[in-house]
Design a protein around this ligand. Structure first.
Ligand code: GLN
Length: 393
């Protein structure tokens, strides 16, 4: 008996596969973007207290009141944005579920959805599962800028939505105000939704975080998606959310309810505690990420990788063509096996694998000692792939 046809139209996550490859070769895992350092102690305590306090049954399906209230306060405090906790928030199992639920709630089969490329691999299957047609707009090398003309040309009467991910995975771009202005103008002109992915909003090295929903005319046509995974180093807690106008929130909540019922109740209780942390927490976290970035980038440069310095998020998308002429999958698997450092092959972030064949993505959301271990191993790259791969350096 075969599986349903739709499952044949996308592959398993390469990002998650590379974690398994890393484990197989005991490589330092700079592939999947999850921290290897602890999350904040007060949140762990709050989760234990919630469990001991018998908060172990379903929360309200669209999110426990304290967490929704914490989300309201966060948007007021950070972005001057007013959100109605009763009618505009859906708490989900990670930003991943938020994105999938939003696609299913707002996009019809045959609708076009604009995706900037390279892109986080989930958006492809999300589009397929909703029956949507992704329309790709390249972010241009070497610095991954958005080409205004190509973006404009991608919009049409069939455009239902555009995915806006800033800070960006995998390039590390933080979109400029001018880029956001253009995206907003095109959404308004074409009556399209902006669906944002702002999961790295607090991890930035340059530039402000731009919340598209606060742009004039955009509040009623933006679905703001974010979550706690990256900000509080708790990717396994699966806490995300979508903020949308009331009518669309109704549709998103229905999809979410029948997919997962709700996110883990005791962790929602603890999430509310984290979201109330003051600016000091966020500043400290961003400073630590800067240190991690400074630790890894010179090592990559030294080894012969070429890349745009990330302005935000915790990824570097690096061109390895000066080190090896292999394709990205061969190179990434070789690096995991022989050098002992796991990365994600660049083709995972493109609809046409050829476009990423000379790229690998490094994630640096790791302890400094982990990055130092990776650095030691990456020194083995100098001199190229040493004939192992044909040696055509
Ligand atoms: N967003 C992270 C990445 O790009 C992790 C994704 C995941 O595995 N859910 O690596």
């Amino acid at each position: 008996m075969r599986a349903a046809k739709r499952t044949a139209t996308f592959t398993e996550s390469v990002i998650r596969e590379m974690t398994r490859v890393a484990n197989q070769y005991q490589a330092v895992n700079l592939s999947q973007g999850f921290p290897d350092f602890p999350m904040p102690e007060p949140m762990k305590e709050a989760a234990c207290t919630a469990i001991r306090g018998d908060i172990n049954q379903y929360a309200i399906t669209w999110g426990s009141p304290p967490l929704r209230q914490a989300i309201v306060e966060k948007y007021r405090r950070w972005y001057g944005m007013e959100v109605d906790s009763e009618r505009e928030i859906t708490v989900t199992c990670g930003a991943t579920e938020a994105m999938a639920s939003v696609f299913m709630a707002l996009v019809d089969p045959g609708d076009e959805v604009i995706v900037m490329e390279p892109y986080y691999e989930n958006y492809g299957p999300d589009a397929i599962l909703a029956g949507a047609k992704p329309v790709f707009v390249p972010l241009e090398r070497p610095d991954w800028r958005l080409d205004p003309d190509r973006l404009r040309a991608a919009f049409s009467t069939r455009t239902r939505a555009i995915i806006v991910n800033t800070p960006h995975n995998p390039t590390g771009r933080v979109f400029s105000r001018a880029e956001m202005d253009l995206i907003a103008a095109l959404c308004i002109e074409h009556g399209a939704w902006a669906i944002t992915d702002e999961i790295y909003e607090h991890i930035r090295y340059a530039g402000e975080h731009h919340v598209l929903a606060t742009w004039p005319g955009m509040r009623e046509r933006t679905i703001t998606i974010s979550g706690l995974s990256k900000t509080f180093a708790c990717t396994g807690w699966r806490l995300g959310y979508a903020i949308a106008p009331a009518e669309q929130t109704g549709a998103i909540r229905k999809v979410h309810d029948f997919l997962t019922v709700g996110a883990p109740a005791p962790l929602q209780a603890a999430g509310a505690v984290g979201m109330a942390f003051d600016a000091e927490y966020y500043n400290h976290m961003a400073a630590e990420y800067r240190e991690r970035r400074e630790r890894l980038l010179p090592v990559l440069r030294e080894a012969g990788f070429r890349f745009a310095v990330p302005e935000g998020s915790y990824y570097v998308l690096a061109d390895f063509s000066a080190i090896s002429k292999d394709d990205d999958v061969t190179f990434a698997k070789w690096m995991a096996r022989e050098i002992g450092v796991a990365t994600v092959p660049g083709s995972s972030f493109y609809h046409d694998p050829a476009m990423g064949r000379d790229l690998v993505r490094f994630a640096f959301c790791k302890k400094l000692e982990t990055l130092d271990r990776a650095a030691e191993r990456l020194r083995g790259l100098v001199g190229g792939t040493g004939g192992q791969q044909g040696g055509d350096v």
